[in-house]
Design a protein around this ligand. Structure first.
Ligand code: HEM
Length: 464
C-alpha cells in the first residue's frame, strides 16, 4: 500500500504537468517544460559555465522560434529573443543616482579607488583582477550609497554578499551544502546587518540629519500624504539588497574585461592613455612633400588629464567628460562581453506576445545581448573596434542594450560610468600589466568570469 501511495505521489506532478501541457499547448508558446523543478536549468547553467549559452539558445530559436517555453529555477518561463522583448522607490533611486548629484561624488569615488590600489595593487606583482574589482565596486556602493565606510563591518558584508550572489542562479533545492542553501543563509546574515544599519541611520535621521545624506536615509525620508513613512524596514532592506546586487557584479565585470581588452590590444591601450591618433588627409593645392598625410591626435585622454593635475588634486566631472575614447572602449567591451546576458520578469496577468499567450505567474527570460554579435547590425562583430560608438545614433534602436531599455532601464548607468572611468584612469596612468593566462576562455556564472579571475602581472608606472 505504501509503495502504491509513494508511486502515486511521485507520478502526480508529472500527470498534472502533462494535463496542463495538453490543455494549454494551443495557447502558450511552443517548447517543453522538462522535468518538474529542474526543467532546463541544469542544461542552461552547464552551457553558461562552458560559455556556450549563445549556442544553446540559438538551438532553441532554431527548434521553437523566437518565443518558446521552458522551465528555469522551478518556474515555468517564456524565453524571448528579439528587439522587443514601487514607483516611489524607483524615483528615489533615480533622484539619488542622477548626474547632478553624482557630480559631487567623483572625488569620493576617486578616494575609494586610490585606497583600493594602495592596499591591493601597489606592493604586489601578480594580482587577480575580478575578485579585486568586486571588492572595489562593493566598497564604492557601500560608501557612496549606504554610508558604510571602510572597516570590519564592510568586510563582513562583502563576504556574505558574495555567498548570496553565488546562489542566485542555482537550482532552488534547499538542502545543507547546496549553493542555494548557502545563499539563503548569507542573505539572512546580510538582512540582520542591514537592520542594524537602518536603525543607526534612523537614529541619525531623527536627530535632523539631511534626508539626502545617503540612499538609506533618503529611503527613510520618503513620506506619504499624511506625513508618515511609507516604506517598511523590510522594503528598505530589500531595495538596498537589490541595488547592491545590481551594482556590484556588473561594473566589476566591465572593468575586469576592459583590463583584459587593454592587455590584448596594445593600440587600444595606447589610445586610452595618449589619445586616439588617426591619419587625416589635408586637401591642399600646394604640393607639400610630406604634408598631405598628417597624424592627428583626436582626443587627448588619460595621460593628458593626469598631467593637468597638481599633486593631490582630484578628478572632476569635466575631466570625465574628456574621457570619450575610454568610454567607447567600455561600450565596445560591453558589446563583446555584456555583463548582463539576459533577465527575468514575472507576468502579473496573462499577456499576449508574438501570437502566444504567456500565462499569469510565468517568468519571462529575455536575452538582451544576442544582437551584439549579429553581423547585420555590427559589421565584423568579432573585431574589437571602439570606433563603432563614435556615432551612436547610427545604431538601430534596441540592438545595443547593455543597460536595458524602457521604464526599467538601469538607473545605475551614470554611477557605473563614473566608477569605470575613474578606475581605468588610475590603472592606465599608474600601472602597466600583462596577462598571466592568455587563453580566450570565460564562463558565465551568470556573469562572465575569465579564467582564474584574470591573473595579471603588474608593474608600477608612477607612484600613487
Ligand atoms: C556596467 C554596469 C552595469 C550594467 C551593464 C547594468 C545593467 C543593468 C540591466 C541590463 C538591468 C535590467 C534592465 C531591464 O530590466 O530592462 C539593470 C537593472 C538595474 N540596475 Fe544596473 N547595470 C550596471 C550597473 C549598475 C549600478 C552601478 C547600479 C547601482 C548603483 C545599478 C542598479 C540597477 C538597479 C537598481 C536595477 C533594477 C531596476 C529596476 O528593476 O527598476 N546597476 N542594470
Amino acid at each position: 500500500m505504501n509503495i502504491i501511495v509513494t508511486i502515486f505521489l511521485v507520478l502526480l506532478p508529472v500527470f498534472l504537468l502533462l494535463v496542463r501541457r495538453r490543455g494549454s499547448s494551443k495557447r502558450v508558446p511552443p517548447g517543453s517544460l522538462g522535468f518538474p523543478i529542474i526543467g532546463q536549468s541544469l542544461g542552461m547553467l552547464r552551457a553558461m559555465r562552458a560559455n556556450t549559452a549563445e549556442k544553446w539558445l540559438e538551438e532553441r530559436v532554431q527548434k521553437y522560434g523566437p518565443v518558446s517555453k521552458l522551465s528555469l529555477f522551478g518556474k515555468p518561463t517564456v524565453f524571448i529573443y528579439g528587439q522587443a522583448a514601487n514607483k516611489r522607490v524607483r524615483d528615489a533611486l533615480e533622484s539619488f543616482l542622477k548626474p547632478d548629484r553624482l557630480k559631487l561624488y567623483v572625488g569620493k569615488m576617486e578616494q575609494e579607488v586610490r585606497n583600493h590600489l594602495e592596499t591591493y595593487w601597489k606592493d604586489n606583482r601578480i594580482i587577480k583582477v575580478l575578485p579585486l574589482m568586486k571588492t572595489l565596486t562593493f566598497n564604492i556602493i557601500c560608501s557612496l550609497l549606504f554610508g558604510l565606510e571602510d572597516g570590519a563591518q564592510r568586510d563582513q558584508m562583502v563576504h556574505y554578499f558574495q555567498a548570496m550572489i553565488e546562489g542566485f542562479w542555482s537550482i532552488p533545492i534547499n538542502l545543507p551544502f547546496t549553493r542555494f542553501n548557502r545563499s539563503l543563509e548569507a542573505s539572512k546574515d546580510i538582512q540582520k546587518m542591514l537592520k542594524q544599519l537602518i536603525s543607526e541611520k534612523l537614529h541619525e535621521f531623527n536627530n535632523s540629519a539631511s534626508s539626502h545624506q545617503d540612499l538609506i536615509t533618503c529611503l527613510l525620508g520618503i513620506l506619504g500624504e499624511n506625513n508618515q513613512e511609507v516604506l517598511s524596514e523590510n522594503e528598505i532592506i530589500h531595495n538596498v539588497m537589490l541595488i547592491m546586487a545590481a551594482g556590484y557584479d556588473t561594473s566589476s565585470v566591465l572593468i575586469t574585461f576592459i583590463v583584459r581588452v587593454l592587455a590584448k590590444n596594445p593600440n587600444v591601450h595606447e589610445a586610452v592613455l595618449k589619445g586616439k591618433t588617426s591619419l587625416n588627409f589635408i586637401p591642399t593645392r600646394v604640393a607639400l612633400p610630406f604634408g598631405f598625410l598628417n597624424k592627428i591626435v583626436e582626443n587627448a585622454e588619460q595621460e593628458e588629464i593626469a598631467h593637468s593635475k597638481s599633486f593631490g588634486e582630484s578628478l572632476t566631472w569635466e575631466d570625465l567628460g574628456k574621457m570619450k575614447y575610454t568610454w567607447r572602449v567600455a561600450m565596445e567591451t560591453m558589446r563583446t562581453f555584456p555583463p548582463i546576458f539576459g533577465g527575468f520578469r514575472q507576468t502579473v496577468k496573462d499577456i499576449q506576445y508574438g501570437g502566444y499567450v504567456i500565462p499569469k505567474g510565468w517568468q519571462i527570460f529575455r536575452i538582451m545581448a544576442k544582437t551584439h554579435m549579429d553581423s547585420n547590425i555590427f559589421q565584423e562583430p568579432e573585431k574589437f573596434d571602439p570606433s563603432r560608438f563614435e556615432n551612436t545614433t547610427s545604431l538601430p534602436p534596441y540592438n545595443f542594450v547593455p543597460f536595458g531599455r524602457g521604464s526599467r532601464i538601469c538607473p545605475g548607468y551614470e554611477f557605473a560610468k563614473i566608477e569605470t572611468l575613474v578606475t581605468i584612469h588610475y590603472l592606465v596612468t599608474h600601472f602597466t600589466w600583462k596577462l598571466c593566462c592568455t587563453d580566450d576562455f570565460f564562463s558565465r556564472d551568470p556573469m562572465p568570469v575569465p579564467t582564474q579571475g584574470l591573473p595579471i602581472e603588474i608593474v608600477p608606472r608612477k607612484p600613487l
